[in-house]
Design a protein around this ligand. Structure first.
Ligand code: GLN
Length: 454
């Protein structure tokens, strides 16, 4: 614990942590010493973890990397962080992220970019994006500041940063982890999950994080399997689907090569590789970028300068003017863009054309997956269409940024478990990720295929 506290303090240049909480992690280490002596060690006793700043933590500032929540210190603990602490984990601090989890590069944080610890080879020293929105989590793990961290994934925010930094991360089935006390982005999509250096560590973390929470109406009432114990990299008798629609136009050759290599590795582990079709794939990204902003515009209505964080109160302002001034000053540009898109697609006259239509598309995408999973056990795809890009490369072009989510968004819309594991390096020496998508509730199948790739 002490070594990790020192490593975090020494790595300020990465800007991965927004708040450091050394006392928390050292207290957990002491508790672990006592538990060891008493023979009552818990699964995560004394393990120093990082906490994405989307999880409310008692007495520790929680901002979702937005100025509008600056100074907000929750009086309640999120369901996920509480479970991790109950399992013995200690918190090193709160991790930087894209503001309200909106982004794919961590550049929308109000508190500065996170910088990936990776660099391209050949003397190219450009600072690279750690992915997003869980970019503080991915950078901290890749830089060995913590062995594991929490992430959240609405459209890829665990998997894409894991891919960009050469680590593993799993978004479980929607409802596995409590959303209670997690700052909401798009409630029908938001799902917490672990990020770590290995598939096994992800399984251990997920077991601690998952489970029914009656305070979250969409929490799944299902037992949490012993995923770590169930790990098995032998895929004999398993079928792995390769969805042909993911072979998008302009896919770089190195991503295609990565995908083929992944399929060969799974074949070596005993799996049969099957060609499958998910015909509505190309509509997933547009549907996501209607549904997620629609839900965000509604969820973010609560930041009004009255109940949380910052308030802007110009001289003589009335209530309406106070709301407007607070939101204008408190939200970053990407958050405002999402609120405007979301408000537009939900407005009278446009609701049916955009929002209802996107929900119909969502149903078709789920049906595609159902049909595929009647034939195969898991699907294999690349996690992202490229390796990490340089900071600033896409920050002026929202559409280019949104395209990064092309492979992660469909399984989010369908609520399915999906994981990214390292799949080797590209020509510049940067990590690439392979994605495994599974049937609802079959995290074990996903983890096992991930293990076979590791
Ligand atoms: N990059 C996607 C977005 O900006 C996904 C974010 C997420 O999963 N939180 O919406």
């Amino acid at each position: 614990a002490e070594a990790h506290v020192e490593a975090v303090a020494a790595a300020k240049a990465l800007n991965a942590f927004l708040v450091e909480t050394p006392d928390h992690v050292l207290a957990a280490a002491d508790a672990a010493d006592q538990a060891r002596a008493a023979g009552t060690l818990k699964p995560l006793s004394g393990v120093p973890i990082g906490m994405k700043d989307l999880f409310c933590t008692v007495g520790v500032q929680t901002t979702a990397a937005s100025h509008i929540l600056e100074g907000f210190t929750p009086t309640y603990e999120s369901g996920v962080s509480q479970r991790l602490f109950d399992a013995g984990a200690g918190m090193l601090g709160k991790l930087n992220m894209d503001q309200f989890a909106m982004g794919s590069s961590n550049e929308t944080s109000a508190f500065g970019n996170v910088i990936s610890p990776w660099r391209r080879g050949g003397g190219d020293n450009a600072a690279l994006a750690p992915g997003g929105s869980s970019g503080g989590s991915s950078a901290a793990i890749a830089a060995r500041l913590c062995p594991a961290a929490t992430g959240t994934d609405t459209g890829g925010s665990i998997r894409q940063p894991a891919a960009f930094t050469g680590i593993s991360g799993i978004k479980p089935t929607y409802g596995r982890c409590s959303r209670w006390g997690t700052v909401a982005f798009a409630s029908s999509l938001d799902q917490a999950g672990p990020m770590a250096r290995s598939v096994r560590d992800c399984a251990i973390m997920l077991e601690a994080m998952a489970g029914l929470d009656p305070r979250d109406a969409t929490s799944l009432d299902a037992p949490v399997p012993a995923w770590e114990q169930g790990l098995n990299a032998d895929l004999k008798g398993k079928k792995v689907g390769i969805p042909r629609e993911y072979r998008v136009e302009s896919m770089p050759a190195e991503i295609d090569a990565l995908w083929k290599r992944g399929a060969e590795w799974l074949q070596d582990a005993g799996a049969e590789i099957v060609d499958v079709s998910l015909p509505h794939t190309k509509y997933a990204l547009p549907a996501y970028y209607i549904i997620a902003p629609a839900e965000a515009s509604s969820n973010l209505a609560r930041y009004d300068g009255v109940r949380y964080g910052q308030r802007e109160l110009p001289d003589g302002a009335n209530l309406q003017e106070m709301y407007a001034a607070t939101r204008a000053a408190g939200f970053g540009p990407e958050v405002k863009r999402r609120i405007m898109i979301g408000t537009y697609v939900l407005s009278a006259g446009f609701y049916d054309a955009y929002y209802t239509q996107a929900q119909r598309v969502r149903a078709l995408i789920s049906r595609d997956f159902d049909e595929a999973f009647a034939k195969v056990d898991v699907l294999l795809t690349p996690t992202a269409p490229s390796a990490a890009f340089a900071l600033g490369d896409k920050s002026d072009d929202p559409l280019a940024m949104y395209l990064n989510d092309v492979f992660t968004v469909p399984s989010s819309l369908a609520g399915l478990p999906a994981m990214s594991v390292p799949g080797g390096l590209d020509d510049a020496g940067l990590p690439l990720g392979l994605q495994i998508i599974g049937r609802a509730m079959d995290e074990q199948g996903v983890l096992n295929a991930g293990l076979a790739l590791e």
